[in-house]
Design a protein around this ligand. Structure first.
Ligand code: ADP
Ligand code: MG
Length: 309
């Protein structure tokens, strides 16, 4: 029997473990009612994943459910926010119960790990696309921003670059070797939520790397009205990416998207004992982005994925 819109919502999207006392009203009415604690500010972000643009139509739906939420939690992490709520707008070609069950499993497993309560959404029929809106909070004035980097600040990365990009090349059959780590990072990225929260009051600026390091660091530099020098030899790379780079295409870690690591700046005198973050360069007053590689400085254009470009 065909699964109708309301039965679908009830069956797959209303059973969840996370409930916050700040949720006055969740799923089931025309809107949710939320009451963040006093002296906090709400941080809101939204991201859409379109089949064929952001993911391959054949991707495991459980991983897709995870990723749809993860990319939004990554934006909250870049703001230093603690995630609390999400809404989910699903456009589906058909209501396939097995697909929906797997999607919901991936979504709610990540949601539970980060204390995210689903508080509403929309369900429509059409070409497969998933929009998630995530909400979190920060103590008043504590949100991290892209602006705020100053000349002399160090630039840090929370994890390897180009790994998800390699995963995509593997999925597209463009690389001759396999790398399960790269494919996992592409399809099931881990948002750096705890790191983002711990960087409040420490990072002078922060962004998450979704469109490629050159492009996203470029946005941070633009917002801060500064420039930067990146040290190629210091970029954190996985074994698989090193192997790929040995083939000659050294640009991958600079231009490939989907890594969802944090790129942030902090004053140089600040000793960052922080969990696995790697210094990869420094901020300069002159605007622009230079890559120091093999003893030369190469100017990088802010290239990365851009829709409509
Ligand atoms: P409306 O017509 O008022 O927009 P809907 O009929 O679309 O409301 O949705 C009914 C309820 O189910 C609303 O509370 C809505 O937020 C929720 N909802 C709809 N789709 C989803 C979904 N995919 N996930 C979670 N909640 C959903
Ligand atoms: Mg309504």
């Amino acid at each position: 029997m065909a699964l109708g819109e309301f039965e679908l919502i009830r069956r797959f999207f209303t059973a969840q473990a996370v409930r916050h006392r700040e949720t006055v009203l969740g799923i089931g009415d025309d809107g949710a009612v939320l009451c963040p604690p006093p002296d906090h500010e709400l941080v809101v972000t939204v991201d859409t994943l379109v089949s064929g643009v952001h993911f391959l139509p054949t991707v495991d739906p459980e991983r897709l459910g995870h990723k749809a939420l993860a990319v939004n939690l990554s934006d909250l992490a870049a703001m230093g926010a603690e995630p609390r709520w999400a809404s989910l707008a699903l456009t589906l070609p058909e209501a396939d119960p097995a697909w929906l069950a797997a999607f919901a499993r991936g979504f709610f497993r990540l949601a539970e790990r980060h204390g995210v309560e689903l508080i509403g959404g929309d369900t429509t029929q059409g070409p497969l696309a998933i929009t998630v809106q995530a909400l979190g909070w920060v103590p008043r004035g504590a949100a991290l921003r892209r602006s705020g980097a100053r000349p002399g600040d160090r630039i840090y990365l929370s994890g390897p670059m180009g790994c998800a990009g390699l995963g995509l090349k593997i999925r597209l059959g463009q690389v001759a070797f396999d790398d399960a780590e790269a494919v996992l990072r592409l399809e099931q990225p881990e948002p750096r939520v705890e790191l983002g929260v711990s960087l409040r009051g420490i990072a002078s600026a922060c962004i998450d790397v979704s469109d490629g390091l050159a492009a996203d660091l470029g946005h941070l530099l633009e917002a801060s009205a500064v420039g930067a020098v990146l040290e190629f030899e210091q970029l954190p790379l996985t074994e698989g990416v090193r192997r790929y780079l040995a083939g000659g295409d050294w640009r991958l870690p600079l231009v490939a998207g989907d890594d969802y690591e944090l790129c942030f700046t902090a004053p140089a005198e600040r000793v960052l004992a922080a969990s696995g973050c790697v210094p990869v360069g420094h901020i300069v007053a002159e605007r622009g982005l230079w890559l120091r590689k093999d003893g030369r400085d190469i100017e990088l254009l802010p290239q990365g994925y851009e829709h409509f470009a």
